[in-house]
Design a protein around this ligand. Structure first.
Ligand code: AMP
Ligand code: GLY
Length: 430
């Protein structure tokens, strides 16, 4: 079976690594991929194709010419732009939601109204397009707020202000200075919730929902959850705070109603639905939905998947998820992101990375922002590598991940030393 995977981050390298284990795979094309998916060429089943994820017409043409049997779309931007629709219209099967279903991530204003329509627990909110009305709302509410650009802003469009002045500054930044461009045309002001966060992802064929092991991301740059927000500096799974009974509740009150609601509104969702949750003292509340695998959550969830990912993706596309076997490994996985100097601000590119060639047991180095420069692999993005370790428990997984990190270096490399601390606060690094 020929598969086309769209995207170029750590998530896509993890997807490629897992898909390459499928006996049903003939060739996996990654568009455009990174230096990690190119190295896997040695297995001769994976090939990078130099088509950017935004080039819908070229991707559709490629899929037709190469007789692609299934396309898997990794990132949100091409999903929100309608790549899945264009491929389906050309007769190509796609694991990933339509543009209409991807609205659940691409418009926070849509997602909030949708949640209210379908009684999915979430924070109180209001939506504004006018700056002065938004300021008026800030003065009127009696609770602390969070301010969100409604559209896609690469994970940066949410501001959690500490005081009224900061809230006003956030509105100015989004609505007047237009820091996130059109993503800030609408602004959601919502109640700030307290609790621990967890990500629950599920496979869905538009009807059936099958949850994956719960994961925790580490969005802040620095140890102890300090510093600026990033795309994610590490993750681990399963997160023990999300007990089996909590997962059952999240499936029943959040994920299944979302999948049913989307289908009933004429926008069936096929792919991975990701619920970002706050576990409040009153129960789980939905902070956001994403229409795809998380990055770096994919780098810890996929190594725990025992079953064949290609089989599961096909079952979703064919509406047969209810009867598909999905087995998970025991144990845990942890991912440490190695980032460029200056990230999440401006960062240099082209710095040589050493230590990538060493074979590792119980660990894998997923590439994110890397490129090939002659014989050398160099940095090419903010998040450069996602080093994942696994083992019988989280402690072993972290040990294996950090051991592997020690073999790698590049100038200005920065990473968090406390991944998984919420689940193992007494952990000491070796
Ligand atoms: P989102 O992209 O909507 O998940 O927001 C990004 C981050 O902002 C979340 O992971 C939370 O840390 C924080 N956040 C979002 N909404 C809220 C909220 N209502 N209360 C508290 N924190 C929030
Ligand atoms: N790690 C958060 C996300 O993928 O949205």
């Amino acid at each position: 079976m020929n598969v086309l995977l769209v995207g170029s981050g750590g998530r896509e390298h993890a997807l490629a690594w897992k898909l390459a284990q499928s006996p049903r795979l003939t060739t996996l094309y990654v568009a455009p991929g990174n230096a990690g998916t190119a190295i896997s060429n040695q297995q001769s089943t994976i090939r990078n194709v130099t088509i950017p994820a935004e080039d819908t017409a070229a991707l559709v043409a490629f899929a037709r010419e190469q007789h692609i049997d299934l396309t898997i779309i990794g990132p949100e931007a091409p999903l929100a732009a309608g790549l899945a629709d264009a491929l389906r219209a050309a007769g190509v099967r796609v694991f990933g939601p339509s543009q209409a279903a991807a609205q659940i991530e691409a418009s926070k204003a849509f997602a909030k109204a949708f949640m209210v329509r379908h009684h999915i627990p979430t924070a109180r909110y209001a939506v504004f397009t006018d700056f002065y009305q938004a300021i008026g709302h800030l003065l009127a509410v009696t609770y602390p707020v969070v301010i969100k650009a409604s559209g896609l802003a690469a994970g940066k469009g949410v501001i959690v202000p500490d005081c009224a002045d900061e809230a006003e500054a956030a509105l100015r930044q989004i609505m007047l200075e237009r820091e996130f461009g059109a993503a800030g045309d609408e602004v959601v002001i919502e109640e700030r919730l307290e609790g621990e966060e967890v990500s629950v992802l599920a496979f869905t064929d538009g009807v059936t929902v099958r949850v994956m092991p719960p994961a925790q991301d580490h969005k802040r740059l620095l140890d102890g959850d300090r510093g600026p927000n990033t795309g994610g500096m590490g993750a681990y799974a399963p997160a023990p705070i999300a007990t089996p009974s909590l997962l059952e509740e999240v499936t029943r009150t959040i994920l299944q109603p979302a999948v049913d609601g989307l289908r009933n509104e004429g926008r069936p969702f096929v792919g991975v639905l990701y619920a970002g949750l706050m576990l409040t003292k009153d129960g789980p509340r939905t902070l956001e939905f994403n229409c795809r695998f998380g990055d770096p959550e994919a780098q810890v969830i996929l190594p725990l998947l025992e079953s064949d990912l290609l089989e599961i993706a096909l079952a979703c596309v064919e509406g047969k998820l209810a009867t598909q076997e999905i087995l998970w490994k025991r144990g845990a996985a942890a991912c440490v992101v190695l980032a460029s100097e200056g990230y999440p601000g401006n960062y240099p590119k082209g710095r040589p990375i050493s230590g990538l060639g060493q074979p590792l047991e119980d660990a894998y180095i997923f590439h994110a922002g890397t490129a090939r420069s002659g014989e050398t692999i160099v940095t090419a993005g903010g998040r450069v590598l996602g080093v994942t370790g696994w083992g019988t428990d989280l402690r072993a997984a972290l040990h294996n991940a950090y051991n592997a990190v020690e073999t790698i270096s590049f100038e200005g490399m920065q990473y968090r030393k406390d991944i998984g601390w919420r689940a193992s606060p007494t952990r000491t690094l070796t």
